[in-house]
Design a protein around this ligand. Structure first.
Ligand code: HEM
Length: 509
């Protein structure tokens, strides 16, 4: 910073009045350009985007200083233009991750944290294991549908945790996609050309579309709550987050509960399915790591499916999952915080209302912390000598605390669920199948590594691959595991309907 206090400025690209620097900032793969600027201007630089002030941070220590140590006034969110009241300033209470730092956010964060912690402590009532068994079976009978059935697996887990009903998954996934698109800069034009949002309704297709999307989503969430209430009255609702609300409230009422729970169901779909897809790609491209994971699983589990209790004995699997998330982060731009007070960083002034963007792509491509950053190198978590190695391997590597989950008071609440669901899903898949390139007309069908959308949570473009059962015996196990789980679940539902309302925790898998 070149000037005296108060007039000091952060480095950054030259700005045009109001427009800032958007003309050469592509909407697609924006994180790559932001990282390029970091390489030119340093680990904290300033830019403007159509009136918004943005500080881009690419050094973890600076993110820690601004977003953790100064969390008290750096934990607000910028408004998303193409959603109505995204910050819940007017009490719409719909989107916890997007809310400003207000009382609705505090209440829902507490409630969500308690619900997710209880579920983790009770091993998700066996729901993940149950759905993983279903997914393996689907891979056996319709392997080419894997790209969609893995989204469905994640959605079914969330729909069962929230409403005890996996059959809701298809609509849940559609709604998750709708919201994700609506909130992303690469979504509707009005998120970038924000003044367009204020056009009168009759010439404003963006606002009309959003009114429709929101009505559909809110109506569906309300229906889920009412349906769950009537199932509970009839003794047919097993343990789930809606039942938890209906039995001991702790939220302000049905409107808030319906959206807090509905949002939770949406947020666990693509966040988990995308890294699972990248894991499959990593295994196809790095068969020697697949073989190491399979050897570890065979040694620890033999012919049975892994459980969460096996985790300490599976460091190679954990390393491959963590390395996937480092190599192909699924929220590469990071999620911005907004400042609530004027502040300084060194001599440089940060006006109230500045967005601080912790650029995850850059943290995870830091060659000092991650030598050979562009390569998939799980050994960086397993062998001493690498900067990221940590012992004991019964505990490390762990996903918890990765920069990808964000910072300070806004840090992701789904870290344990992500870790546990990815362990069970990725582990079970490697246990059951060899993951390979497809061969067509004698040639390998490519699995491209750098094709994805550019939404806030990205996922790879559809690709093809082969799931080959590791042996006929393993294929039979996959089938019998699913048939038994399905039958147990059917009996449990009958028992609950027959008056055994206490039944419902565990036993599904
Ligand atoms: C790989 C998986 C995931 C990644 C990379 C991820 C990443 C993030 C990030 C970057 C944030 C914002 C942090 C910040 O502002 O500093 C966040 C917030 C959040 N995440 Fe996740 N997430 C993942 C999975 C999940 C799952 C599975 C759930 C729950 C089912 C979840 C629930 C939430 C919630 C509720 C918030 C909002 C917290 C708040 O605003 O106070 N996330 N996540």
């Amino acid at each position: 910073c070149r000037f005296r206090r108060k007039v000091s400025r952060f480095p950054g690209p030259t700005q045009l009045p109001w427009l800032g620097r958007v003309h050469d900032l592509p909407i697609r793969f924006m994180w790559l350009k932001l990282k390029e600027w970091a390489d030119e201007y340093g680990p904290i630089y300033y830019t403007e985007m159509l009136g918004a002030k943005v500080l881009v941070v690419t050094d973890e220590k600076i993110a820690e200083e601004l977003l953790v140590k100064r969390a008290k006034f750096n934990s607000d969110r910028p408004a998303v233009r193409s959603l109505f009241d995204s910050k819940s300033t007017d009490g719409s209470m719909s989107y916890l991750p997007l809310m400003g730092k207000n009382k609705y956010w505090a209440r829902q964060r507490r409630w969500t944290h308690a619900s997710l912690t209880e579920a983790a402590n009770l091993q998700y009532y066996d729901i993940i294991t149950f759905e993983v068994k279903r997914w393996l079976f689907r891979l056996l009978v319709e392997p080419d549908a894997f790209y969609d059935t893995i989204d469905d697996l994640a959605s079914k887990v969330m729909c069962t945790l929230t409403w005890d009903d996996p059959d809701l998954s298809e609509t849940n996934t559609k709604l998750a996609w709708g919201l994700l698109t609506q909130m992303s800069p690469a979504g509707p034009l009005t998120n970038v050309l924000t003044p367009l949002w204020h056009l009168p309704l009759w010439v404003n297709p963006w606002k009309r579309a959003e009114l429709q999307r929101q009505a559909l989503q809110d109506g569906w969430w309300d229906q889920r709550l009412q349906e769950s209430r009537s199932k509970l009255r009839q003794g047919r609702l097993r343990h789930c987050w809606t039942r938890q609300y209906l039995e001991n409230a702790k939220l302000s009422g049905d409107r808030e509960a319906a959206s807090c729970i509905g949002m939770l169901a949406l947020v666990g779909v693509f966040t988990i399915a995308a890294p699972a897809k990248y894991f499959l790609m990593a295994m196809v491209h790095h068969p020697h790591w697949l073989m190491r994971v399979q050897a570890e699983l065979d040694r620890v589990c033999g012919d049975r499916l892994l459980t969460l209790e096996d985790s300490p004995a599976l460091p190679t699997l954990r390393a491959c999952i963590k390395e996937t998330m480092r190599w192909k982060p699924n929220v590469p731009s990071g999620v911005a915080h907004e400042t609530e007070a004027d502040d300084y960083y060194g001599d440089c002034f940060i006006p109230k209302g500045t967005r601080i963007l912790p650029l995850d792509w850059a943290f995870l491509r830091n060659p000092a912390k991650y030598p050979d950053p562009d390569s998939f190198r799980p050994e960086r978590w397993l062998e001493s000598g690498w900067p990221t190695y940590e012992a004991p391997l019964t505990q490390f590597p762990t996903l918890k605390g990765m920069s990808s989950f964000g910072w300070g008071q806004r840090a992701c609440l789904g870290q344990m669920l992500t870790q546990d669901e990815l362990l069970l899903t990725c582990g079970a898949t490697c246990w059951a199948f060899n993951l390979k390139f497809k061969v067509r007309n004698g040639a390998r069908v490519p699995v491209p590594l750098n094709k994805s959308n550019s939404l806030l949570i990205i996922k790879p473009d559809p690709f093809e691959m082969e799931f080959e059962p590791r042996s006929p015996a393993r294929a039979r196990l996959v089938e019998s595991n699913w048939r038994t789980a399905e039958e147990t679940d059917r009996r449990m539902r009958l028992a609950v309907a027959g008056g055994g309302v206490g039944v419902g925790i565990g036993g599904r898998g």
